[in-house]
Design a protein around this ligand. Structure first.
Ligand code: PHE
Length: 331
């Protein structure tokens, strides 16, 4: 009978050596040595045929063997668990294991646009400056020669804040006012930034981006602004453009024009420009008899749409990874 203990132990050892000691294989050994069909079970059944005085001794013997087998099986389970834990630990400590790749991000197309635009203006000798996005009516309108209650003010679809006389700037022209008051003429500045209007469709977003350019000097002209605006757009887009300047109206420039670019078979409105109105220079404390100015404001989102051939501006703000993934650092 003690032979059973030895056989059982040998089977467990063999499984262990073969690296195959698992709860499942131990179950099989258990059922072979302790199950209903086992030798041990038969021996227990055979006790019925023994004389009562022999039965007691035999029962004792069998119980000893059963306990021995049970303890071999119990140890085997513990060993299997330990082996599994060790294997996991060895893996966790495998310094040669391949790392998990991190998903690679990319800059947003508008960030690319900002970077490139700043570079172009800096190379042309402009200072890049910024201004606040929360403004008051004075900087957004009145310092820019909008008459009080002028319909143009309502046409701007302004977001008014609950705090009195606070609004989200509707254009970057507000920075003209800050710059004129702060800088000594002559100067040239470019000011990119976010602007806001209650407007939303495939070519308008309630938040969008503009870059304003302003030059104040003694002898600049309308020819200069036309040349510079077009040169800027062509440099950014990297190609010659089919364009048209349309006479237009802005309270802060006179004369004023808008620049349209041919896009497919359509014209797309891209920028407003003009000579700074003398009232605007005067309001900012600049001698309008000595200095003239010109300015333009271009939609950065629209420039980016043209550059990357995007037909719906909204994709720029929906943050779909599949869309954004296309704009890797090489752009
Ligand atoms: N601020 C104007 C707009 O948002 C654009 C503009 C800028 C026009 C500078 C003339 C001069 O539409």
């Amino acid at each position: 009978m003690n032979n059973l203990l030895q056989l059982c132990q040998e089977e467990v050892d063999a499984l262990h050596t073969a690296g195959n000691l698992t709860p499942h294989t131990i179950d099989q050994v258990k059922s072979k040595y302790l199950g209903k069909q086992s030798e041990l079970s038969k021996q227990y059944q055979g006790m019925r045929d023994l004389a009562p005085d022999q039965r007691k001794d035999a029962g004792k013997q069998l119980n000893i063997v059963r306990q021995g087998l049970e303890s071999i099986i119990k140890e085997a389970y513990i060993l299997a668990e330990q082996t599994e834990i060790n294997a996991e630990l060895a893996q966790a400590l495998d310094v040669t294991a391949k790392g998990r790749p991190l998903p690679e991000g990319s800059l947003h197309p508008l960030t690319h646009a900002y970077n490139e635009i700043n570079k172009i203006f800096t190379q042309m000798g402009f200072s890049v400056v910024t201004g606040p996005e929360v403004e008051d009516a004075y900087h957004n309108f009145y310092a820019l020669n909008f008459p009080e209650n002028h319909p143009a003010i309502t046409m701007h679809d302004t977001f008014h804040l609950t705090e009195e006389d606070r609004l989200l700037r509707t254009h970057t022209s507000t920075v003209q006012v800050h710059a004129m008051k702060k800088l000594q003429a002559p100067f040239r500045i470019a000011t990119p930034g976010r602007v806001y209007r209650c407007d939303h469709d495939a070519t308008h977003s309630p938040m969008f981006n503009q870059v304003e350019c302003m030059v104040v000097s003694e002898n600049c002209s309308f020819a200069n602004v036309k040349w510079l605006l077009l040169k800027f757009c062509e440099t950014y887009l990297g190609k010659e453009l089919a364009y048209r300047f349309r006479p237009s109206f802005f309270p802060f420039t006179e004369p004023s024009a808008e620049l349209d670019i041919k896009w497919g078979d359509q014209w797309m409105e891209l920028a407003g420009c003009g000579m700074v109105h003398p009232n605007v220079l005067k309001e900012a404390g600049i001698d309008h008899n000595k200095y003239r100015g010109f300015a333009f404001g271009v939609g950065i989102d629209r420039l980016a749409m043209l550059k990357y051939n995007i037909s719906d501006l909204r994709v720029l703000y929906e943050n779909h990874v599949e869309f954004l993934k296309q704009f890797n650092a090489s752009l």
